[in-house]
Design a protein around this ligand. Sequence first.
Ligand code: FMN
Length: 194
Amino acid sequence: MTTPPLPGDSLAAIATEVWLRLARGAADRRAAFSRMQVATLTAQGWPDIRTVILRGADEAGRRLSFHTDRRSAKASEIAADGRVALHLWDPQAEVQLRLWGQAAVETEGTEVEAAWSRLAPRQRQVYHAPLAPGSTLRAPAEADPPHPPADGRGAFARVDVTVARFEWLELRLTGHRRARFDWQKGWQGRWLAP
Ligand SMILES: Cc1cc2nc3c(=O)[nH]c(=O)nc-3n(C[C@H](O)[C@H](O)[C@H](O)COP(=O)(O)O)c2cc1C
């Protein structure tokens, strides 16, 4: 597989590349940015972090989306405090992308219905699991989804993150490149020492 060229020393090209890579990640499970880590704050003020599948990248709305079970710890944490940090990593290109923004858990509405309609039956059943994620089990099978499959959206939720800032880090033998972009009616970029 050939690696596409990186944007080089242009802030504008990096901002374009970031949203292109995020769109590719949301559309293609084989893309480097198909999975991301989402960090939240717990009620005790600890950071918590986990991997999710990137499901949507809307550049115009500067919004990233993923799916989750609304009974999960992350959903409760986001409901209490929407500040999140996101992390993506392309090992081939040696590019790290960090983003910060405000997340919201959505369980109703046309976008949630559209996201649900795109899921395969097997993916839908996960959201009908009888117990909330993280529940203690006597045996693993206790948490298995029901047979026959249940109707409805169960505990399905879509989380939307409105991005306020992102940082690009590209490792290069000839000198690493780090740039930060803040949303101010447009992406305002600047170089940072790596
Ligand atoms: C490759 C991979 C992809 C995952 N994708 C998702 C996802 O899209 N949504 C999700 O809620 N959990 C996903 N998980 C599971 C989470 O990482 C996490 O273990 C689970 O959601 C419970 O997290 P919480 O207790 O912090 O809410 C994924 C895990 C892995 C390893």
